[in-house]
Unconditional design. Structure first.
Lengths: 503, 231
């Protein structure tokens, strides 16, 4: 309906313009008539026709040229004011006018078509370029589908549906963040109504990859168009780009999965080789010690028996620590670590770590200085305690039981900065990054102390999960300084005494 | 001396025999159960003075056992659980356990918890004056004395100390404290607790930077110690 009105309006405008040209050229000829030759008057009419033909369709130009001939004949050729002519010369003029009208209008129409085509090509190139840029910065299939849908909607001015092939082989609407809030069935129903509404037909274009169908793009254009029309070509070009992008994403996913699997495999094998020895040794000691006591409790001196039993307990504790570390690594290295965070005060964590560390083999006490006015941090406290215990264990192990170990905590740039330092041999500069890697043990590490090179790895995983940083430096005056940060809790989790309901 | 009867509920036979052996060595009467169902039926036959309960039982969840027992009995329950499972400890305490010990544990730790749990024949909540180590708390007058010297506490500080003192030597979870001091609608506002524990420590600790009276159990709660148990 609307379209027909538009066409009618265009035709009316066209013919109105033609009529104006004819009337104007006749009036112009009328003005010139007293001074000019009949040929000049013909020229004026011809000018009007040429002018019109430059802008109108061939049909309009031909009709106008015929009208112009009649008006020329009627007003200027003797006998005037009658549709008749007396000489052959006039006939030539008439024919020339029609031919000129036909040729000029045809030429200008061709020119206009070419220009239109060039403009369409430019627009298509631009549209495809924009789509391409956005597609290549998208990371997953749903995002690609959303980007394509948005671009096609802009190009065609109608809603566009992008369906993606699921691994099970069915077509599913690409779930974008906004769509996820709708239940899927409601979404499908809405799409169904949109696509199968009585008026208009939806065009479904398959998204074809190199080996399989990847999905389908559906839209209901305002005017139906053919596949090889300008719009059809644009649509299929866009869909092809989507196909390429989808394949790229799928490939990247496959590569990443393979990498992860390989990584996991490597971790498992290095875990096994590193751990099997360390798991077996304490067990062997415990079994041997226990067996040595069976049936001989009377014969062995109580002091010697105690010695043996103490080694059972020590080895057991070593084994327990090792297993705890392994479990921590497994939990922390899995992709989604959900921290159970609560507002915590730093001094509680440090004191608790010092209390738990409490190594009887230490000869000098550990110094600690904690800024009493530190804001609360949002943390899983037991994990941070684990970090400190690991650092204290390292310090004792490498710097010796008589070394000076100190723990400092103070505010630094929106975080708490915790430093653990010792005056031991320190860590060589080229090792300061490596010590955080799994199963890496420093050059100075004793061979059989029960360590497997996981302590600092666990520390780094924990600190990163809390949004902080950890690093190793040289302590001023020699020794190792390990420091880490943990961001303070949000302001609403801080509480000043004044803000509370107290009396 | 009247020997206390302890019920040890643990599915692992080795662990069960070690715990029982240790407890007998300290002069307790010990009965054993390998499953939750067995434990509940033993309690039916003879109510123990305290129960040592492993959380990971094959049949009934340890939390459920605790909740079942608490419907009829008041005797102390000490829970055994693995380290790094603070949320289980909190859950056990919130569902009625009196204390917990993490595995692997040293015998001294287990004995200290059991002694503390058994030490309250009359409900502390009904006493007027509380004496915890060198602290004396006068609940009616709301006055607190540290080694004979009175300290002034705000209302919230007093309620906090009072709550801890009524449960002296056992861990009180964050939720339990918050519910008792601030009310049920504030059980998740752990930051209140952090601030007030700090304020309280500055008033009753000898060295607030190294507290020896109010001890923190990370991820679980706080424990007010009557120094004797700690040693």
């Amino acid at each position: 309906m609307a379209l027909r009105t538009a066409a009618l309006q265009r035709a009316l405008r066209d013919y109105g313009f033609a009529a104006a040209c004819v009337v104007l050229s006749t009036l112009g000829a009328q003005l010139v008539q007293p001074y000019g030759h009949l040929a000049d008057l013909a020229m004026i009419h011809l000018l009007g026709i040429v002018f019109l033909s430059l802008r109108s369709s061939v049909r309009t130009s031909l009709v106008a040229s015929v009208v112009s001939i009649f008006s020329f004949d009627f007003f200027f050729i003797a006998p005037r004011y009658a549709l008749a002519w007396s000489d052959a010369e006039s006939v030539v003029t008439f024919v020339a006018m029609v031919v000129v009208a036909a040729v000029v209008s045809k030429l200008s129409e061709n020119l206009r078509r070419q220009e239109q085509a060039a403009r369409a090509v430019a627009a298509r190139t631009q549209a495809l370029y924009e789509l391409n840029v956005e597609l290549s910065s998208s990371r997953d299939a749903a995002q690609l589908a959303a980007v394509t849908a948005r671009h096609l909607t802009k190009l065609f001015g109608v809603p566009v549906t992008v369906l993606l092939q699921t691994p099970e082989g069915t077509l599913q609407p690409a779930q974008t963040a906004r769509d996820r809030s709708l239940s899927q069935s409601a979404w499908l129903r809405r799409e169904f109504v949109k696509q199968h509404a009585p008026s208009g037909t939806a065009i479904w274009t398959p998204v074809l990859g190199a080996h399989s169908a990847l999905g389908a793009v559906g839209l209901k254009p305002l005017l139906p168009f053919e596949q090889d029309s300008e719009q059809g070509v644009l649509l299929s070009a866009c869909v092809n780009q989507l196909a390429t992008a989808l394949e790229r994403v799928q490939l990247a996913g496959a590569v990443r999965r393979t990498q992860l699997e390989a990584e996991g495999e490597r971790l498992r094998s290095s875990l096994l080789s590193a751990v099997s020895h360390d798991l077996k040794t304490p067990l062997a000691t415990m079994i041997a010690a226990g067996a040595a006591l069976i049936g001989r409790t009377g014969e062995i001196e109580p002091k010697a028996a105690d010695e043996i039993l103490r080694s059972v307990v020590n080895e057991g504790e070593r084994l327990s620590r090792l297993i705890h570390n392994l479990l921590s690594v497994t939990r922390l290295e899995s992709t989604h670590v959900e921290l159970r965070r609560t507002p915590e005060s730093v001094d509680d964590i440090v004191l608790s770590a010092l209390g738990r560390f409490n190594d009887r083999s230490r000869k000098t006490p550990i110094v600690s200085e904690i800024d009493p006015d530190l804001p609360l941090i949002s943390a899983e406290p037991v994990l941070l305690e684990q970090v400190l215990v690991n650092l204290l264990e390292n310090a004792t192990r490498y710097a010796g039981s008589e070394s000076a170990i100190a723990v400092y905590a103070r505010a630094a740039d929106g975080s708490v900065l915790v430093q653990v330092e010792d005056n031991g041999p320190g860590i060589a500069e080229h090792e300061r990054e490596k010590v955080f890697e799994k199963f890496y043990r420093g050059q100075a590490a004793p061979k059989s102390d029960g360590g497997v090179g996981l302590g600092l790895t666990i520390c780094r995983s924990i600190i990163r999960a809390h949004g902080g940083k950890i690093g190793v430096r040289e302590r001023a005056g020699g020794g190792t300084l390990v420091e880490f940060t943990v961001p303070f809790a949000a302001a609403r989790e801080q509480l000043s005494r004044e803000a509370s309901l107290d009396s | 001396m009247n020997r206390s009867l302890l019920l040890v509920v643990e599915d692992d036979p080795e662990m069960r025999s070690v715990v029982s052996f240790t407890l007998r060595n300290y002069g307790y009467d010990v009965r054993e159960a390998a499953t939750g169902a067995e434990a509940l039926s033993q309690i039916q036959t003879r109510t123990p003075d305290a129960m040592v309960l492993d959380l990971g039982l094959p049949d009934i969840d340890g939390f459920v056992v605790t909740a079942c027992v608490r419907q009829e009995h008041e005797f102390p329950i000490i829970v055994l659980s693995a380290r790094g499972e603070e949320q289980h400890q909190v859950r056990a305490l919130d569902s009625g356990a009196n204390d917990y010990v993490t595995k692997p544990f040293r015998e001294g730790e287990l004995m200290a918890r059991i002694r503390a749990a058994l030490r309250r024949p009359v409900p502390v909540a009904e006493r007027r004056d509380l004496n915890v180590g060198d602290l004396r708390i006068d609940s009616t007058q709301r006055r607190v004395f540290v080694r004979g010297k009175e300290v002034t506490l705000t209302r919230t500080e007093f309620d906090l100390l009072d709550t801890l003192a009524r449960n002296a030597d056992r861990v009180v979870t964050h939720r339990q404290i918050l519910r008792a001091v601030w009310g049920a609608e504030h059980v998740d506002e752990v930051h209140y607790l952090r601030v007030y524990i700090k304020l309280l420590r500055t008033k009753i600790e000898v060295d607030p930077a190294r507290p020896t009276r109010i001890l923190t159990t990370l991820g679980v709660g706080y424990r007010l110690v009557s120094s004797e148990v700690l040693s």
